[in-house]
Design a protein around this ligand. Structure first.
Ligand SMILES: [Zn+2]
Length: 125
């Protein structure tokens, strides 16, 4: 990959990070509204972290799963941005080969090349 390609991926990662942060904020607020509507607010709730308050509660499983996915994705995006800063971005964690620009354009936060990813997916199913 040349510098221009890395810059392109860097800006799409930055954009993705922004979108994810907004989505997490929105989903937290939605969860908070739901909790308040249901009268869960007994004056002791910490609405800065509504997701922590209902962790493990099956009534909120869907919202919590969504938030968890978004947080995981955000962590991956942050990690990819760190790798760009350190200069080892775009290298497969598994085999050490270059991941390839086309795949990174589609999934800029990925840490695996397409063949390792397929092998991992197969192993998981
Ligand atoms: Zn690989």
């Amino acid at each position: 990959m040349d510098q221009r390609q890395i810059e392109e991926l860097h800006s799409s990662l930055t954009q993705k990070r922004q979108n994810l942060r907004e989505a997490i904020k929105r989903d937290n607020q939605e969860l908070e509204r739901q909790l308040k509507r249901e009268g869960r607010d007994d004056g002791h709730l910490d609405f800065n972290h509504p997701a922590d308050m209902v962790a493990g509660d099956p009534d909120y499983e869907k919202e919590l799963n969504l938030l968890q996915r978004e947080r995981d994705e955000l962590a991956q995006v942050n990690e990819a941005l760190e790798r760009i800063a350190e200069g080892d971005y775009g290298i497969c964690d598994e085999c050490g080969q270059e991941i390839g620009f086309a795949r990174l354009t589609a999934v800029p936060e990925t840490t695996h090349c397409i063949s390792c990813q397929e092998a991992l997916d197969r192993a998981r199913h």
